[in-house]
Design a protein around this ligand. Structure first.
Ligand SMILES: Nc1ncnc2c1ncn2[C@@H]1O[C@H](COP(=O)(O)OP(=O)(O)OP(=O)(O)O)[C@@H](O)[C@H]1O
Ligand SMILES: [Mg+2]
Length: 267
């Protein structure tokens, strides 16, 4: 299981708002409501949570969910320590105890028993029963549960149950508008705005192909990668190939189509 911990003392990560998401998140936190972030890969969900946690002065415990992730991975377990067994809190339990933010990334991937754990925490009870230790933790005001998923990859087996979805305030994310994306890519890569502009234009055109040929549009993350490679003196063509074309498809015909769009855009 991968768990990342952001410390309160870390600087506030850069996040450019694209709507009212910051105010919404703050209201949700102040009113002890859990938040669900929906949106395509690489559009800024993880960055947004890191930014908001730092702004609110909360420690952030990020758990990347996968199909083997069980409730015990989140709550904790007894582990052998020397000759003894000792209870070790999982990231969710730690976040509840200290009043931090627990972020379950790609929550639909997790096993079904995870819902059992998050249900009593995400309604007005805000409790975490730890069956194995006999404790029932009451989440302090500072605690918040945030979950995210990409609706594009959802399959019927993995769809979130209404009883889970309807415990969250939901915020929908999408790729930023070109002006905003230009600011993001410039800030993240350090490349001059006039050199980022064609990449942002290309990304928008590649996104228009989504559904027709591509499962998912070119992410802001990939545009940042591309600009970063160019800032490191890679040629425009090589960088676009490596960061904005190759990651999108394995299909030669589709790739040809993407290359046509690239030539038409970059000249
Ligand atoms: N609004 C934004 N402000 C600042 N940076 C952004 C923004 N949106 C996207 N980015 C950039 O795009 C990159 C990818 O964003 P992020 O990792 O948050 O995507 P994500 O939505 O969590 O994707 P995934 O679903 O794949 O986890 C960030 O590292 C950052 O460089
Ligand atoms: Mg993410």
């Amino acid at each position: 299981m991968s768990v990342a911990l952001h410390l309160v003392s870390d600087p506030i990560p850069f996040y450019l708002p694209t709507g009212n998401e910051c105010a919404l998140f703050e209201h949700a936190w102040h009113h002890r409501l859990p938040v669900l972030l929906k949106g395509p890969t690489g559009c800024g969900k993880t960055r947004f949570v890191a930014h908001m946690a730092a702004r609110l002065g909360r420690r952030l415990h990020t758990v990347s969910c996968h199909d083997d992730l069980t409730a015990a991975d989140l709550t904790g377990r007894f582990l052998l320590r020397g000759g003894d067994t000792a209870w070790v809190d999982g990231p969710l339990t730690t976040a509840v105890r200290e009043g931090g933010i627990c972020y379950l990334d790609e929550v639909v991937e997790a096993r079904r028993d995870v819902a059992v754990v998050i249900h009593p925490l995400t309604d007005d009870r805000r409790i975490l029963p730890l069956d194995r230790t006999g404790e029932t933790l009451h989440a302090p005001d500072g605690f918040m549960l945030v979950a995210s998923y990409n609706p594009g990859y959802q399959n019927v087996m993995k769809a979130m149950k209404p009883s889970t979805r309807q415990r969250f305030v939901a915020i929908s994310f999408d790729f930023p508008a070109p002006e905003a994306e230009l600011r993001i890519v410039t800030a993240e890569s350090g490349l001059a705005p006039e050199r980022c502009l064609p990449l942002v234009t290309l990304a928008a055109r590649l996104r228009a192909l989504k559904g027709m040929d591509l499962e998912e549009g070119c992410s802001t993350r990939l545009v940042v990668y591309c600009a970063t490679l160019i800032a490191a003196r890679m040629s425009l063509r090589d960088a676009v190939m490596a960061a904005m074309i190759e990651p999108l498809t394995d299909d030669d015909d589709v790739k040809k189509g993407l290359l046509d769009v690239m030539r038409a855009t970059l000249g």
